[in-house]
Design a protein around this ligand. Structure first.
Ligand SMILES: Cc1cc2nc3c(=O)[nH]c(=O)nc-3n(C[C@H](O)[C@H](O)[C@H](O)COP(=O)(O)O)c2cc1C
Length: 492
């Protein structure tokens, strides 16, 4: 006999707390203190259907993994569950109207256009999570503007009738030198989540990096790959190394071709826009007072397991548990690149996590310009593969990174925005636009393949000028949200 809504509604307190997720009931009373996001958010849904809030943040296998089977109470007759009449806020009504007036996909001519559309049509909390950066967001903006400080020194009279911009990354042949980098919580932007990116990556023959904190389960994302499609894995290292070992070895068994260990996040950065978006209009924080302080946005709540004790000493252990190439993601200075090479890893990503961690960290492209001459001097430039991410929005950005010595670049937010606004066709178009830009710009710089890209083709003299201005291009300016101060309470 299915359970009824009436029965479940009785268990609406800390003493007895049942919730419905995807048509099934769960007794989470004893789990409340263990919930990484704190008990308050669960208690908000005590005795009710929590699916909508639960869905984007938890991969589908979460309840099976973390809640004892004896607490799985069974199927609910959803017809008997009272639907909460939610009054649409004026903000939500406006958003729905903007969705109706959305530009058609063909009106998006570059990656910034997807961001502009997404900003209007995404839910406020989802937009805040994706678009926020740490503190004053200076690094986040710098990632984008740093590319504007590099100018070209193109060659002329080179035969560029045929242009080939395929390359290899960690042994995988790809159509264009970018990969889809790991970004958490894909279902905040699209109900299908990260598998949308998997399919687009297949279509354009590029690699997808699977995030530890994906909304889909790891296996769902692997299963969505087709044929010999290559995927990498991004790892947040769990304090419990047995769990980490299981995750890594499972990824290897499933055929992942690279292990990207995130090294720039011993604690998640303060992303104030994300934190602010969690406040209700009355100014009260729905999650305040929980044992885990997740008033700090979705990111902090789901990342309490990350080990701040991770250090260089752990690298040999990783090398002992996997044969996958190991790449350190989030390296930010020459000394650490040298140390990474000495420790025998196969690559580094020069990255500051999209400006979401240490504010005033320098852009990856600036660090690259500093790293490569030092490696060349030592004859070490081919000892590892060097990737860059952060602020890549144009094929010219990709070309600049390759000229300076990167093997490829990671792209994060633009694909999230394309997916949030237009689903898979959006990501597909975003990737195609990059390919079209790439072909044209390779011709215009005078190179017919990526091996010809070299440091003499760029002028980097402006790179170490740090400005804290808003992006200097008009497209960049139009999508940047200035930070805001606290809002007054709504009128009673
Ligand atoms: C919404 C979002 C979530 C992210 N989640 C992760 C993550 O879980 N793990 C990680 O190593 N990096 C994460 N990153 C950082 C990206 O991998 C990458 O470094 C960054 O997005 C590159 O900058 P871009 O967004 O300007 O392209 C995230 C970035 C964003 C925007």
């Amino acid at each position: 006999m299915p359970l009824t809504g009436e029965e479940i509604a009785k268990h609406n307190s800390r003493e007895s707390c049942w919730v419905i997720v995807h048509g099934k009931a769960y007794d989470v009373t004893e789990f409340l203190p263990e919930h990484p996001g704190g008990p308050k958010i669960i208690l908000k849904y005590a005795g009710k259907d929590a699916t909508e809030e639960y869905e984007p943040i938890h991969p589908p296998d979460t309840l099976d993994k973390y809640l004892d089977k004896s607490k799985h109470l069974g199927v609910v007759d959803m017809k008997t569950v009272e639907k909460e009449e939610k009054e649409e806020s004026p903000e939500e009504i406006e958003r729905q109207q903007r969705i109706e007036r959305m530009p058609i996909l063909e009106q998006c001519y570059n990656l910034m256009d997807f961001e502009a559309v997404a900003r209007g049509v995404m839910k406020k909390t989802a937009w805040a999570y994706y678009s926020s950066g740490a503190d004053d967001e200076i690094t986040m903006r710098e990632n984008h503007t740093a590319f504007h400080k590099i100018w070209f020194r193109p060659r002329i009279l080179v035969d560029v009738e045929k242009v080939d911009f395929t390359t290899t990354m960690l042994g995988t042949k790809v159509d264009i030198p970018f990969y889809v980098t790991a970004t958490a919580l894909g279902k905040l932007g699209n109900p299908e989540g990260e598998v949308v990116l998997t399919r687009a990556a297949k279509k354009h023959n590029v690699v997808q990096m699977i995030p530890t904190l994906a909304s889909c389960s790891f296996d769902e994302i692997m299963d969505a790959a087709e044929g010999d499609q290559v995927q990498w894995m991004q790892l947040y290292v769990n304090k419990d190394r047995e769990i980490t070992k299981k995750i890594v070895q499972h990824a290897e068994k499933r055929g992942c071709k690279g292990l990207f260990i995130t090294v720039d996040a011993p604690q998640l950065g303060r992303r104030e826009k994300d934190m602010r978006s969690k406040f209700t209009d009355t100014g009260s924080n729905v999650q305040a007072g929980s044992t885990t302080d997740n008033s700090q946005g979705a990111a902090r709540a789901i990342s309490t397991f990350i080990d701040p004790g991770l250090s260089w000493k752990d690298i040999p252990w990783f090398q002992s548990i996997t044969k996958m190439p190991i790449i350190l993601k989030g390296v930010q200075r020459v000394e650490d690149v040298i140390r990474a090479i000495e420790s025998g890893v196969q690559g580094v990503v020069l990255s500051n996590h999209g400006g979401r961690q240490l504010d005033f960290a320098r852009s990856g492209i600036e660090v690259l310009a500093e790293v490569m001459p030092v490696l060349r001097e030592r004859g070490w430039e081919n000892r590892i593969e060097i990737f860059v991410d952060g602020g890549v929005r144009r094929a010219t950005d990709i070309i600049k990174a390759l000229c300076l010595g990167a093997k490829g670049v990671g792209i994060g937010r633009p694909f999230l925005y394309a997916m949030s606004a237009y689903g898979q066709p959006g990501v597909d178009r975003a990737m195609q636009l990059l390919k079209d830009e790439m072909e044209m710009n390779m011709r215009l710089i005078g190179c017919s393949n990526v091996d010809q890209l070299n440091p003499t083709l760029v002028d980097t003299r402006g790179l170490n000028m740090h400005t804290t201005s808003v992006p200097s291009d008009t497209l960049g300016m139009s999508v940047y949200d200035p930070l805001v101060s606290p809002k007054e309470k709504a009128k009673l």
